[in-house]
Design a binder for this molecule. Structure first.
Ligand code: NDP
Length: 257
């Protein structure tokens, strides 16, 4: 009765930035639960390497080229998915960038806009485009990848643009959850701590910075992308049917201190 609810057989799942890092592990987790997975990526090489990884695990994935910062491209990707699969049941808004380490006073217009365009605007374009068919079919589950940076200010690296973008993702998640609850579309977010992916290499390889990160983490380690994917798998499934508008901390205790 309970384990069965984690199954995603027959569901159509789209993962943005699904070709690498956390997104690729989300693809793996959703596929293992039975979903048909579609990687939405801007870089065809990431699609290729992501597909190769999934094939090694015994899964095939569909893909669609899509820059989440471009609303026209996002609308076109959603139309392609509906044309190919007839519906969409799960959306994981994972694509994101950090560009950490620039003090606020030195941030250029381009830098600020680039991060907000991908991390926040991109999430909205995707929720709007893929949420529309979900609202029509009166079912769907959206999981946005937020961050603990939407709650706290990271240290020692400076990244006001990133922190602001993730706080925006959290509030957008709650707003959409409230607006779409009556049509059975759940919208939740995961807020991870430092996860070992290319996005955090700059800190993992800097001894002093890494020490500050670990001193601030009760569990004294970085997370693995698979650990975030497990939370996403749960939120995307009927096992989380009671949850909408939740921002689930996946932070190894970081925000306890
Ligand atoms: P990675 O850099 O490993 O992966 C990000 C993926 O998103 C890449 O495949 C990248 O493709 C893709 N992407 C970037 N921009 C776009 C775009 N405009 N359109 C489509 N795809 C795009 O990062 P993570 O896996 O670590 O991060 C995934 C998410 O998790 C992000 O939203 C991040 O902010 C969040 N997060 C990560 C944490 C961490 O510590 N790693 C902590 C908290 C949250 P490309 O190769 O083209 O750049």
């Amino acid at each position: 009765m309970y384990l069965e609810k984690l199954r995603l057989d027959g569901r159509i799942a789209v993962v943005t930035g699904g070709g690498g890092g956390i997104g690729l592990r989300c693809c793996h987790a959703l596929a293992e639960a039975g979903a048909t997975v579609i990687m939405a990526e801007r870089d065809p090489r990431a699609i290729e390497s992501g597909a190769a990884f999934l094939a090694e695990q015994g899964y095939t994935a569909d893909s669609v080229e899509c820059d989440v910062a471009d609303p026209d491209a996002v609308n076109a990707a959603a139309a392609t998915v509906i044309e190919r699969h007839g519906r969409v049941d799960i959306l994981v808004c994972n694509a994101g960038i950090a560009r950490s380490g620039t003090p606020a006073e030195d941030v250029t217009d381009e830098h600020w806009r680039n991060v907000i365009d991908i991390n926040l605007n991109g999430v909205f374009w995707c929720c709007r485009a893929f949420g529309a068919p979900m609202l029509k079919q009166k079912s769907g589950a959206i999981v946005n990848i937020g961050s603990m940076s939407g709650f706290i200010v990271n240290k020692p690296q400076q990244q006001a643009y990133y922190n602001a973008s993730k706080a925006g993702v959290h509030q957008l998640t709650k707003s959409l959850a409230a607006e779409w609850a009556d049509r059975n579309v759940r919208v939740n977010a995961v807020a991870p701590t430092y996860i070992a992916t290319p996005l955090t290499t700059f800190g993992a390889e800097d001894k002093e910075m890494f020490k500050v990160w670990m001193d601030g983490t009760p569990m004294r380690r970085m997370g693995e992308p698979e650990e975030v994917a497990s939370v996403v798998q749960f939120l995307a499934s009927d096992a989380a049917s009671v949850m909408t508008g939740s921002i689930v901390m996946a932070d190894l205790g970081y925000t306890c201190w």
